[in-house]
Design a protein around this ligand. Structure first.
Ligand SMILES: NC(=O)c1ccc[n+]([C@@H]2O[C@H](COP(=O)([O-])OP(=O)(O)OC[C@H]3O[C@@H](n4cnc5c(N)ncnc54)[C@H](OP(=O)(O)O)[C@@H]3O)[C@@H](O)[C@H]2O)c1
Length: 273
């Protein structure tokens, strides 16, 4: 691994997941700095990982080659202002923002700097090493791209996007979609309970089935999802009855509409922040 120093500014859930993945994947703790304004959260990071921790963002970014900005979108402006006031030279540093709803143009405006900027949209399964991170940049060279790819590959798979607007699409496809799956699982769980399964059974039955279905799809990449579904749907059978009912109730259209609503919200946030 490279000897570059990576600073995580605002080490909450997302940064915690990325740091954990990096350490498992051969990055040296010595090259990672984690900051947080909340001392309790910082203490937890220090306790769980052997990375450097500090509440001094300015010191951390001065020492870093790559900076991951991981505060909530509405806090980004105030954070960037502290960098501006400290007069830090970000030229030659790579600044990665994982915040939803902040375009690279807006981030550049906030930083008022010529730093090399990257947008990244990870998702929560990164917490268990099965995440997807969508990435976009126009500023970095191949070597920097490879390095950033290694960082985010540590929490799952990465996909480099061709245009910044695809970041909002990836929010709908992978960023928000863990919640769609949880809602679907929850609906099956609720019905299982209504049918008499106890709470623990209902939960275990639905999660094992979701895992099995995902694993079947992963282990048979040449078979389309349509075909996998057809394989368990004999005409006139029980699954056929269930699927027809879902189609009658426009399930595919409901999902497509939900994803459009997600993209529209991301676009709206970009205008507000
Ligand atoms: N979680 C996800 O699924 C997900 C997915 C994709 C992208 N993201 C993006 O990732 C970013 C972080 O999300 P998260 O879920 O990790 O949030 P989080 O758990 O709230 O982590 C952010 C941390 O940064 C701290 N902080 C805020 N301002 C700071 C400052 N000026 N200096 C140092 N620390 C500061 C916060 O402290 P306090 O606790 O005191 O507020 C908080 O502990 C967000 O922009 C979000 O849009 C998250």
């Amino acid at each position: 691994m490279s000897n570059k120093t990576i600073a995580f500014i605002g080490t909450g859930n997302m940064s915690y997941a990325i740091i954990g993945g990096m350490l498992k994947n051969g990055f040296s703790a010595r090259n990672i700095i984690a900051t947080n304004r909340n001392q309790e959260k910082l203490d937890k990071v220090a306790q769980d990982f052997t990375v450097q921790t500090t509440s001094d963002n300015i010191d951390a970014i001065k020492r870093a080659d790559v900076i991951v900005l991981s505060v909530k979108p509405q806090m980004m402006e105030a954070l960037c202002e502290t960098f501006r006031l400290a007069n830090i030279d970000l030229t030659d540093k790579v600044v990665i923002s994982v915040a939803a709803g902040i375009t690279l143009a807006r981030l550049k405006e906030m930083l008022q700097s010529d730093a090399k900027l990257v947008r990244c949209m990870p998702n929560t399964p990164s917490l268990v090493g099965l995440g997807v991170s969508g990435l976009f940049s126009q500023d970095i060279n191949e070597q920097e791209q490879r390095f950033i790819d290694q960082i985010f590959s540590a929490t799952g798979m990465t996909v480099w996007l061709h245009s910044e607007s695809q970041i909002n699409d990836i929010i709908a496809v992978t960023g928000s979609s863990p919640a769609y799956f949880f809602l679907f699982m929850q609906a099956i769980e609720e019905k299982a309970k209504a049918l008499g399964f106890n709470e623990q059974q209902a939960r275990q039955l639905v999660q094992q089935t979701a895992l099995g279905a995902a694993q079947m799809a992963i282990s048979q990449p040449d078979i389309s999802l349509e075909q996998l579904r057809a394989n368990v749907t004999s005409k006139g059978g029980t699954t056929h009855a269930a699927i027809e009912s879902m189609k009658d109730n426009q399930l595919p259209l409901t999902v497509a509409n939900a994803m459009d609503a997600c993209i529209a919200r991301a676009e709206e946030m970009e205008k507000q922040i």
